[in-house]
Design a protein around this ligand. Structure first.
Ligand SMILES: Nc1ncnc2c1ncn2[C@@H]1O[C@H](COP(=O)(O)OP(=O)(O)O)[C@@H](O)[C@H]1O
Ligand SMILES: [Mg+2]
Length: 250
C-alpha cells in the first residue's frame, strides 16, 4: 500500500496509511516487525520493544481521526479501567512521534496471536459455523463481555473485524480489540452491545439463508434481529450467557 500524506492546508494534515517497513526503528525504542491491519481510526503494526525483545501491537491513530488525542486517550483510559476483563487486550503505554512532519500518537498494547473472526468464518465450510459451534462462539463472547457490562461499561464497536479467535476447540478463546467511545456509559450502549452480539451470532451460522431452519432456542436469541424483541429477553451480555447455560433443546 502506498502511504499517502495529504496536506489539506498548512494546519490540517491527514494520513491515510503509514508505510512502516519491517525493520524500521521508532523512537529508538521499537522496531517494526509487520503490519497487522487497519480500520477506521488507525493502522496497527506488530513491533518489538528493543530493550526487552517483547513483541507488542502498536496502534497508530490517523491524526484526522484523533483530534487533540481524544480517541486515543478514551481508548487507553477504557482499556485501563477494564484491565481485569480477560477478553480485552491489555494496554501498556502511549507514545508520540512525528511522521513526515505530522505529530502522531500511538498506543502500545498486547500483541494477540490468532485470526480475525471475519477471516476465520470465511475459511469455514460454507463460510459458516454449525449451530452448535456458533452457540459456543456466542457463549465465549457473552461471558467475556459480561465482565465489561458488570463494570457498567460497554464495548461500542462489536463486529467480526474487532474480534480475534485465539484458540478454537470445544470452546472458543476470543479477544476483543478496539472500542468506540459513544460518550459516558448508558444502558442504551450496553443494549447496543447485546444486539451486536446477537448479530455476530446470526452471521456466524450463515445469516438469513440459514435462519428459517434453526431451532426455537436459536430463534429466541436472534428474535429476527428485531432490537426491541432481543432486548425483551436479554438486556446485558450476562443475561445472554445465563440463557445459554440453562437452555434446553425442545
Ligand atoms: N493487539 C492486536 N493484536 C493483533 N492484531 C491487532 C491488534 N490490534 C489490532 N490488530 C489488527 O489491526 C486491525 C485494526 O485495529 P483496530 O484497533 O480495530 O483499528 P480501528 O479502530 O481503526 O478499526 C484489526 O482489525 C486487527 O486486524
Ligand atoms: Mg477495528
Amino acid at each position: 500500500m502506498v502511504a499517502t500524506v495529504k496536506h489539506d492546508d498548512h494546519k490540517r494534515m491527514r494520513i491515510d496509511a503509514f508505510n512502516f517497513y519491517p525493520g524500521r526503528q521508532l523512537l529508538k525504542k521499537y522496531v517494526v516487525v509487520s503490519r497487522l491491519g487497519a480500520g477506521w481510526e488507525g493502522e496497527v503494526f506488530k513491533v518489538r520493544e528493543q530493550a526487552t525483545g517483547i513483541e507488542r501491537a502498536a496502534k497508530f491513530f490517523f491524526p484526522q481521526r484523533n483530534i487533540k488525542d481524544k480517541n486515543s486517550s478514551f481508548y487507553a483510559q477504557k482499556l485501563h479501567k477494564l484491565r481485569h476483563c480477560p477478553i480485552l487486550i491489555q494496554y501498556h503505554t502511549q507514545e508520540s512521534m512525528t511522521y513526515r512532519g505530522i505529530p502522531v500518537t500511538f498506543l502500545v498494547s498486547d500483541f494477540v496471536e490468532g485470526e480475525l473472526l471475519s477471516a476465520f468464518l470465511r475459511r469455514q465450510p460454507g463460510k459458516r459455523l454449525t449451530t452448535f459451534e456458533a452457540l459456543h462462539l456466542l457463549h465465549s463472547l457473552a461471558a467475556g463481555i459480561e465482565c465489561i457490562h458488570q463494570m457498567n461499561d460497554y464495548h461500542g464497536d462489536l463486529h467480526s473485524d474487532n474480534i480475534i479467535v485465539n484458540r478454537y476447540g470445544i470452546g472458543f478463546d476470543v479477544k476483543l480489540l478496539d472500542m468506540f467511545h459513544w460518550g459516558a456509559p448508558k444502558a442504551s450502549n450496553i443494549q447496543h452491545d447485546v444486539c451486536e452480539l446477537v448479530r455476530i451470532f446470526y452471521d456466524s451460522f450463515g445469516g438469513a439463508k440459514h435462519y428459517a431452519k434453526q431451532r426455537a432456542e436459536v430463534k429466541k436469541i436472534c428474535s429476527g434481529l428485531k432490537r426491541s424483541l432481543i432486548l425483551r429477553n436479554f438486556r446485558t451480555a450476562g443475561q445472554l450467557r445465563e440463557y445459554l447455560e440453562t437452555m434446553e433443546w425442545s
